[in-house]
Design a protein around this ligand. Structure first.
Ligand code: NAD
Length: 344
């Protein structure tokens, strides 16, 4: 991989008024990136097939952005729709869309992972080159590494994914980088390998969302494995910031780890969530999931050198924000239910 010159970018100095495309804009991370771009005065075209979540979750994710006159949403599958008209005139594409999740990537659903994560990325890169896009920032994943047996992983470590999902994420980032290296007139690429992302609107199938739900509802939480597996947990605002920094970075074809460099076990996270909510999470244990890494742990020095990235939100602060958001969502659902037809 190429190493570009070190450069630190002040996100607040990103010039407003650019046309920017965000794929996966109706998802957890895509909706946060979109909000920040709109706040900075950019015109954002979101592309999402809106099938990644139940309809009410998709609407919840879209809702903070739909009121903005600067936002438009194309509801369509990246692998099916004509992309050039959407990309025409765009400065940057944040390619966030993917089919996430390790467990269901085994077996019959693999073809949908291959289509959404690999084929769609190839089509997007071709269309971006034809449309004159300057930069594509790709959402990649720590799952490409397969784990961190010897401490924090660097971008120089050999990727050895442990799941079909991880393989498709590796293929997607490498495809985008190959396009960048071999299409001189095409966009430059920065691929960001996120280490477990959490925060408001986190997907309901993810560890921290489920722990918070258990703490709030009092229902037991099932730990897969012994709970001593460790994760490098990154608050979503730091992921958004990394994306904006990557948009302006001096780079042709780069991969960067975006994590915190700190790891926490599932049991420790459960304790913290219980402490913040004020009710301990009651734990059950079941067999570990196939394809889950024992430990994920990011060395973020390359991201620090190249784009000036530093995580800013510690775990307790980030968890407290996610708990607060979950409490608000539950209250909104309860109020909608009590005002519903049965109450009349
Ligand atoms: N959440 C994490 O902890 C995490 C960690 C590492 C990497 N990532 C990566 O970050 C990205 C976003 O993850 P997320 O947690 O926000 O997931 P998400 O499911 O909330 O968002 C993904 C969005 O992409 C859309 N999408 C998927 N395939 C599509 C297609 N073919 N055409 C159009 N839209 C499509 C979905 O409808 C969904 O709204 C993904 O690329 C994921 O692999 C996430």
């Amino acid at each position: 991989m190429t190493r570009a010159t070190a450069a630190s970018v002040d996100v607040s100095k990103t010039a407003p008024g650019k046309r920017i495309v965000v794929t996966g804009a109706a998802g957890f991370i895509g909706s946060h990136i979109t909000r920040t771009l709109l706040d900075a005065g950019h015109q954002v075209v979101g592309i999402d097939h809106c099938q990644g979540h139940p309809a009410e979750i998709t609407e919840r994710n879209l809702q903070p952005n739909m009121d903005s006159e600067l936002f438009s949403l194309i509801r369509g599958d990246l692998a099916d729709i004509s992309l050039e008209p959407q990309l025409e005139g765009a400065d940057t594409v944040f390619h966030v869309a993917a089919r996430p999740g390790v467990r269901s990537s085994w077996g019959a659903e693999f073809s949908s992972y291959a289509t959404s994560n690999i084929v769609a990325t190839h089509l997007l890169m071709e269309a971006a080159a034809r449309s004159g896009v300057r930069r594509v920032v790709v959402s990649s994943s720590s799952s490409v590494y397969g784990g961190a047996p010897d401490g924090a992983v660097t971008e120089e470590d050999l990727p050895t994914p442990l799941s079909p999902y991880g393989v498709t994420k590796l293929a997607a980032e490498q495809l985008a980088l190959a396009h960048a290296r071999c299409t001189p007139s095409g966009p430059t690429v920065v691929a960001l390998r996120y280490f477990t992302v959490y925060g408001p609107r986190q997907r309901g199938d993810m560890l921290i969302s489920r722990l918070i739900e258990s703490a709030l509802s009092g229902k037991p939480f099932t730990v897969l494995g012994d709970g001593k597996q460790r994760r490098d947990l990154t608050f979503v605002a730091d992921i958004v910031r990394a994306n904006l920094l990557a948009m302006e970075a001096d780079a042709e074809a780069e991969v960067l780890n975006i994590g915190t460099g700190v790891t926490t076990s599932v049991l420790e996270v459960a304790d913290l969530v219980g402490d913040i909510v004020g009710r301990p999470v009651s734990l059950n244990f079941a067999q570990a999931q196939v394809g889950e890494a024992r430990e994920t742990h990011a060395d973020v020095s390359h991201a620090k050198d190249l784009i000036g990235y530093q995580p800013t939100i510690d775990l307790r602060t980030g968890l407290a924000r996610q708990v607060e958001s979950a409490i608000r969502s539950r209250a909104a659902v309860m109020s909608a239910t009590s005002n519903g037809p049965q109450a009349r």
